[in-house]
Design a protein around this ligand. Structure first.
Ligand SMILES: NC(=O)c1ccc[n+]([C@@H]2O[C@H](COP(=O)([O-])OP(=O)(O)OC[C@H]3O[C@@H](n4cnc5c(N)ncnc54)[C@H](O)[C@@H]3O)[C@@H](O)[C@H]2O)c1
Ligand SMILES: [Zn+2]
Ligand SMILES: [Zn+2]
Length: 374
């Protein structure tokens, strides 16, 4: 079938993207779903920093690539061997498909699925190859989804069936920002009731971590960003203290008011200076968790002795250490009970044609989640 899709043609284009237009809206051919795959009609998709990182070269990926991964839609065609989805089901997309058979999958860690990671790096689907093309070229898939498109063919294991009562633009957030931010808090760190928490970087992922920390019973939540709009938003969402990390002495300030730092610090900006702050404000015996996906060449250093003499823990968190089919319904249930108000992350709506401008907005830092409705 023919579909309209947002295709990244050039990595590292000049900003503003509204002017350089590295993403083109094109008509592509989308093949039918193969064994273990479904065709979904995308109803809403949001802009994530991981898309922006492909555009600016921080996440090297093959182009041309049809971008987008945080999305929700309706199942409209079912491939062979898919026995647990029906036409008309609503689904949220998850950005790592899991095979169910590799080492990490067998250990209950599908976020680390090896064939899933390999397919994502290659720009293919989990089942191998591409379903998107023009008459002359293959178009790569972004994270097994390619959601800035009217329709997408995805692995059955790239989607989770969701409650039809949840509007698509809200359901979309759960497959990346929410599962990552909340999961970092409740799965990767498993924070304790009454513990103290810091979140450094208040985009879709960071604000989800903040809401996850409130839901999980953190007693104090320090929110840190370089953008005042974000600090204001964090305060409205329930942060107890906010700090601007443009202040050169932000680490000292936070350590002073918290009496030596926080039990847990989450780095959710994806830049080394934010990681420096997160590590610096974690207290003795505390845990620093990062969800950041910086350029592969970026290095982060810290005093070696602090790990030992202060019994510090440093952890990475990918897709919130999730089991998607377990976690997305749980987080959605809490959302419906007003205990995880992640819809407050939505700050803007744009059209598919305005997608380059949308990424300028995301890069500027005032917006949390920018949604395209189809
Ligand atoms: N681990 C995962 O599974 C996973 C999933 C999704 C996104 N990510 C990554 O997480 C990061 C955040 O993604 P997002 O979509 O929420 O990004 P975003 O662009 O929405 O937000 C990033 C925020 O970080 C802030 N920031 C930038 N520099 C800072 C600094 N020095 N100190 C404090 N704050 C700073 C920005 O002002 C902005 O508010 C990115 O690296 C993204 O690729 C990881
Ligand atoms: Zn994402
Ligand atoms: Zn696997």
């Amino acid at each position: 079938m023919k579909i309209k899709s947002a295709v990244l043609r050039e990595i590292g284009a000049k900003t503003p993207y509204e002017k350089s237009q590295p993403i083109k809206i094109e008509t592509l051919e989308l093949d039918s779903p193969q064994k273990g795959e479904v065709l979904i009609q995308i109803k809403a998709a949001s802009l994530c920093h991981s898309d922006l990182s492909v555009m600016n070269g921080s996440r090297p990926r093959p182009v041309p690539m049809a971008l987008g991964h945080e999305a929700a839609g309706v199942v409209v065609e079912i491939g062979e061997d898919v026995i647990d989805l029906e036409l008309g089901d609503h689904v949220a997309c998850v950005f790592v498909p899991s095979c169910g058979h590799c080492g990490p999958c067998r250990e209950g860690r599908p976020a680390l699925c090896e064939p899933g990671a390999a397919a994502n790096t290659a720009g293919t689907l989990l089942g191998g190859g591409n379903r998107l093309h023009t008459e002359t070229e293959i178009i790569n898939h972004h994270l097994g989804v390619s959601a800035f498109s009217e329709y997408a063919v995805v692995s059955r294991n790239s989607v989770v069936k969701v409650n039809k009562e949840i509007p698509f633009e809200k359901a979309a957030l759960f497959g990346c920002a929410v599962i990552t931010g909340v999961g970092a808090v409740v799965n990767t760190a498993s924070i304790k009731l009454g513990s103290t928490v810091a979140v450094v970087g208040l985009g879709g992922v960071g604000l989800s971590a903040l809401l996850g920390a409130i839901a999980a019973g953190a007693s104090r939540i320090v929110a840190v960003d370089i953008n005042e709009t974000k600090l204001k938003q964090a305060k409205e969402l329930g942060a107890t203290d906010v700090f601007n990390s443009k202040d050169a002495d932000v680490v000292e300030q936070i350590r002073k008011v918290t009496g030596g730092g926080l039990d847990y610090a989450f780095e959710t900006a994806g830049v080394v200076p934010a990681m420096d702050v997160a590590y610096g404000i974690t207290k003795r015996g505390g845990t620093t968790v990062t969800t950041g996906l910086p350029h592969p060449e970026n290095q982060f250093s810290f005093p070696y002795v602090s790990l030992t003499a202060e019994e510090r823990t440093l952890k990475g968190s990918y897709v919130g250490s999730c089991v998607p089919s377990r976690d997305i319904p749980r987080y959605m249930d809490l959302f419906q009970k007003d205990r995880l108000p992640v819809d407050k992350l939505i700050t803007d709506f744009i059209t598919l044609d305005d997608i380059n401008k949308g990424f300028d907005l995301l890069a500027k830092g005032d917006s949390s989640r920018i949604i395209i409705k189809f």
